[in-house]
Each structure stands twice: as C-alpha cells, then as structure tokens.
Design a binder for this molecule. Structure first.
Ligand SMILES: NC(=O)c1ccc[n+]([C@@H]2O[C@H](COP(=O)([O-])OP(=O)(O)OC[C@H]3O[C@@H](n4cnc5c(N)ncnc54)[C@H](O)[C@@H]3O)[C@@H](O)[C@H]2O)c1
Length: 448
C-alpha cells in the first residue's frame, strides 16, 4: 500500500521503517532538511536498537524515501500518517500547531480521497479539529475531495520501539467509516497474524485511550515513589515492598520500580496535557495532579540526598555521573532526571563528569561547552578525579560494576543511586556508603 508519514521522529521514522519492512511503499516527509539529507546518507537521527539496519536496508531497497516535498508526500499516500510532535504549550496543554499545519498541507495538495491517520498523541477532539481544518482549506481552494480522519495512537516504548511496532500488543483504531477500517486492517494485517490485535472504537475513545495508558503508567511510578518516600521514613526497604506487592497478579511487577522520577517526551507532557484538558471540561484531575507533583519532587531526590550528606557544602566538588538519557536504550534527554540534577548541582558550583552509552551527543547539543560539564568516553573515566558517584539511568552496563575500582578511583567511598541497582549489604561489604531510593537507609546518619 502507498503510505506517507509526516514527521520523521521517534514515532514516524520507526513506523515508516516497519511498514516498509513488510512491503508497503512509504514516503516520509519532514520540514527538517538536514534530517532528510542525513537519512538519505544513512545517518539516523536517533538511537533506537535495531533501527539503523531497518532504515538503511529499506531505503536502499527503495521501499522508503525521505523528502521535504510535502506535495510529493500527499500525492504519494492513499494513507497519510500525522506523526509530528505535540509539545506542551505554555500552560501544559498539547500544542497542536504542527498537527494542524500538516492537516492544512494535506488539504492543500490532495486531489483525491485520502485517509488521514493521526498517530501523534493529541487531546480528545483533535480529530474533529483536523477534519475542520481540512474542510476549511479545501473550501478556500474551492476543491471538492473526500477524506477520512482516523485516530491510531502509538504505544511504542523508546528503547524497544522497533520491536513494539513489529509486534504490537494492540492496534487501537478510532474510526468512523467501514471503508477506512478495511484499509487500515489491510495495512496492519502483517502485524496482526497471531491473533486479532485490532481494537476498533469511536475516535474520541481512541484519543483518550492513549492518554489513559500513559497516565496509568505514570501513576504507577509516582505511587511507588510515594511508597519509597514512606519506606525511607519508616525504616522499611521499598525493594522488599516492591517484591511483596508485585507478586500479586492484580498489581504485577511492571512499572513499580521506585527511582529518581520519570522523564521522557511522553509521560510528563501527557499527564500535564490531560490535566489541562480535564480543566477545560470543568473537571479537576486530582490523581493526575498528584502524580505530577510527586514526580516533580522525586526528580530532586538525589540532589536532596547529596545536600544532606554534605550539609550543603558541595561547592567545588566533582561528581561522576552515570546515565544521562531519561531511560536506558535511548539517547532521548527530554525531561530526563539527570538534567534536573545537573542543573541543581551546577547552581552550587559542582562539576559534573558524565558518561552515557548513547546520550552524550544530545547532552552536548543541549548544554554546549561549559567548564562544569565534562563528557567522558567510559564509565571508568567518569570516576577519575571525582569525589563521589551518582547513577541516574539504569543502563545494563552500570548494573555490575567493579566496586573495588570505584572505591579506589573516587576520593570518597560514596554512591548515590537513583535507580536502586545495587544491594546495600554488598555496598557495605565493599565499604561504600550507599544511598538508594526508599531503602530505609538513605536518611543521613544511618550508616550502612
Ligand atoms: N517518542 C515516543 O516514545 C512516543 C510514543 C508514542 C507516541 N508519541 C507521540 O507521537 C508524536 C511524535 O513524537 P516523536 O517523539 O516522534 O516526536 P519528534 O519530536 O521526535 O519528531 C517530530 C518530527 O516532526 C517533524 N515536523 C514538525 N512539523 C512538521 C510538519 N509540518 N511537516 C512534517 N514534519 C514536521 C519534526 O521536524 C520532527 O522531525 C507526539 O505526539 C508524541 O507524543 C511519542
């Protein structure tokens, strides 16, 4: 099938590559000329496991192409995806300017029936706004062309995006016309062989489903962080509590890891956007407001431990920081907990010596060159000349480090762990002073 994808980001690029891989004929359109030029040279703008070979082989095989020519894109696809960003507006609500700009572009160039599929995460009612924008533009241009608008939210996880798109656990379609449903089922048939994963519903429910999913996951994390904060005060160990409740199948083990807060391009903005959407219909989303508030303070947790440990006297220190991306297996730094920590430390005159397996370039792009940020090539190099170690992201390569070496290299035998990677007893055996989240051991004075 001929498919066009507007927006070559985490969602658009992965979706396009996966559709091309099963044989569809895909054209990707972006406004970023540099991104398009790089993709044509085989330079992939993001780190996502398995994505580079998928994109390059399908580009070389002629099944996917990249362009800034919107007219060509609109002419090409009978199915046109909108996968552009929906960043937070000043008040936290989703900014729809990119989505509506694409709707206008499609209407401007379309000469025959198109199925417009919204994959961006958008507030309930956006499909109506897309429809209105297309209708209005067609009227201005005095064109009479029919079209469908479908809501098809994306549930991929960064770090596992290719696998999630290849083997989706659900394909949610908010759809009004039988003709569009038939086409979408045909498009997704290669991903729907094992059992029927297609869930058809009305458009507004599909739009809300995406927010409900992300807000539920963010709620689990903030709930667990609240329990961690209690565990700390009660002298309990949240990791025991986690195992104790995760074993209940009604609760489950997934997404109940305590830590230094959630980040990324989705949870923070989607929770905020749903809070704002709720306000607009006269409802106060109290749970979501708390989820956001707990996460906000949780991101400062490591800084609090550090300040408390040193009685606020941290100016001039050098910290070894392991992990910059908001989670492992991505280079995405949007809303990363590491950013909150680094910015707080810099205000106090601390130098950050950091290593991340994938997010160093992105960190450099965001913060530029500054004397209090040193990006080094290995996790060991981050320890050189540092006073203490902080772990912000749970990359695999940080899980079983050489603790003797850590102790030898740091000027103080001290670790602050924002992801609870290590066993406090083992840390104690190595003679390392260890702070973790909610382990009843992190309050100052409670030496292990
Ligand atoms: N990143 C994720 O894990 C994820 C998961 C599910 C859903 N989503 C949602 O999908 C949407 C896209 O997210 P993303 O992370 O891929 O965004 P992104 O910022 O990585 O990419 C968006 C792309 O759209 C391009 N763009 C902007 N305006 C355009 C226009 N008029 N025409 C063509 N291209 C244009 C940008 O240049 C950019 O390359 C968002 O609504 C997001 O909430 C993201």
């Amino acid at each position: 099938m001929k498919v066009t994808v507007f927006g070559i980001g985490y969602v658009g690029l992965v979706q396009a590559a996966v559709l091309a891989e099963v044989g569809h004929d895909v054209v990707c359109v972006d406004v970023d000329q540099n991104k398009v030029d790089n993709l044509k040279k085989g330079i992939i703008p993001i780190y996502e496991p398995g994505l580079t070979p998928l994109v390059t082989s399908n580009y070389e095989g002629g099944r996917v192409d990249f362009t800034t020519d919107a007219k060509r894109g609109v002419e090409h696809g009978e199915l046109i995806f909108i996968a552009v960003g929906t960043p937070p507006d000043e008040d936290g609500s989703a900014d729809l300017k990119y989505v509506l700009a694409v709707a206008k572009t499609i209407a401007t160039h379309m000469q025959k029936h198109k199925i417009i599929i919204n994959k961006s995460t958008v507030p309930v009612g956006t499909a109506d706004r897309v429809k209105a924008k297309v209708t209005e533009t067609l009227a201005e241009l005095e064109k009479s062309v029919t079209f469908d608008v479908v809501s098809n939210p994306e549930f991929l996880k960064e770090g596992a995006a290719v696998n999630d798109c290849m083997r989706p656990d659900r394909i949610v379609l908010g759809i009004e016309s039988e003709k569009a449903e038939k086409k979408l089922r045909e498009l997704y048939a290669p991903f729907n062989r094992n059992h029927d994963k297609v869930i058809i519903m009305d458009i507004r429910s599909a739009e809300l489903t995406k927010y409900a999913a992300n807000c539920m996951l963010a709620t689990k994390i903030s709930f667990m962080n609240e329990m961690a904060n209690l565990a700390e005060r009660f002298g309990a160990d949240i990791e025991n509590v986690r195992r104790g409740i995760g074993s209940d199948p009604r609760i489950g083990y997934q997404f109940i890891y305590p830590g230094c807060g959630y980040g990324g391009s989705c949870f923070p903005k989607d929770v905020q956007a749903l809070i704002r959407s709720a306000n607009q219909v006269g409802y106060e989303a109290k749970i979501l407001e708390s989820v956001e508030a707990v996460n906000y303070t949780q991101k400062e947790k490591l800084f609090e431990y550090i300040m408390s440990h040193f009685d606020g006297d941290i100016g001039g220190k050098t910290v070894a920081l392991w992990g910059l991306s908001f989670k492992p297996n991505t280079d995405d730094m949007r809303e990363a907990s590491s950013r909150v920590l680094m910015e707080l430390l810099w205000e106090k005159g601390v130098t950050v010596q950091a290593f991340d397996p994938e997010a160093m370039e992105e960190t450099q792009r965001i913060y530029g060159s500054r004397p209090d940020l040193k990006l080094v090539g290995t996790k060991e190099a981050a320890l050189d000349g540092a006073d203490f170690l902080v772990v912000c992201t749970e990359w695999q390569s940080f899980r079983a480090p050489d603790f003797d070496r850590i102790k030898e290299k740091l000027s103080l035998p001290l670790i602050f762990d924002g992801r609870n990677l290590y066993d406090p007893k083992i840390m104690s055996e190595y003679g390392l002073h260890y702070y973790a989240i909610g382990r009843g051991l992190s309050i100052k004075g409670q030496q292990l």
